[in-house]
Write a protein that binds this ligand. Structure first.
Ligand SMILES: [Zn+2]
Length: 108
């Protein structure tokens, strides 16, 4: 059974383990199947691209590689702390994500 990821695209996160510990960035994409996320500016890798035509000369590309979602934590916009996310049930049956530290409700 795959673990639910409660990080979403557009969230600010902080890296909590590994070589890039304490770096912050914005989540670009989330892959629930592999429990991995791609975070802007985090886990950059260098790829050598082969030229495919005269117009496409190839070269060196820097891009983000996915990292395990367990290595990042959500950063709250309001209290600026790395936080766990809680859920709050709404009167209409929906639920929203909330910061477990300050109680701030997240938009998405
Ligand atoms: Zn907060």
């Amino acid at each position: 059974m795959s673990k639910r990821i409660n990080i979403k695209k557009g969230d600010q996160v902080i890296v909590i383990s590994g070589e890039e510990k304490n770096k912050k960035g914005k989540v670009i994409s989330v892959d629930p199947a592999s429990s991995r996320v791609i975070v802007e500016g985090i886990n950059m890798v260098t790829k050598h691209k082969k030229p495919r035509s005269q117009a496409d000369l190839g070269g060196i590309i820097h891009q983000e590689a996915p990292i395990a979602s367990s290595k990042v934590m959500h950063v709250c916009d309001k209290c600026k702390q790395a936080t766990r996310i809680g859920y709050k049930m709404l009167a209409d049956g929906g639920k929203v994500r909330v910061c477990k530290k300050c109680g701030e409700t997240f938009e998405n």
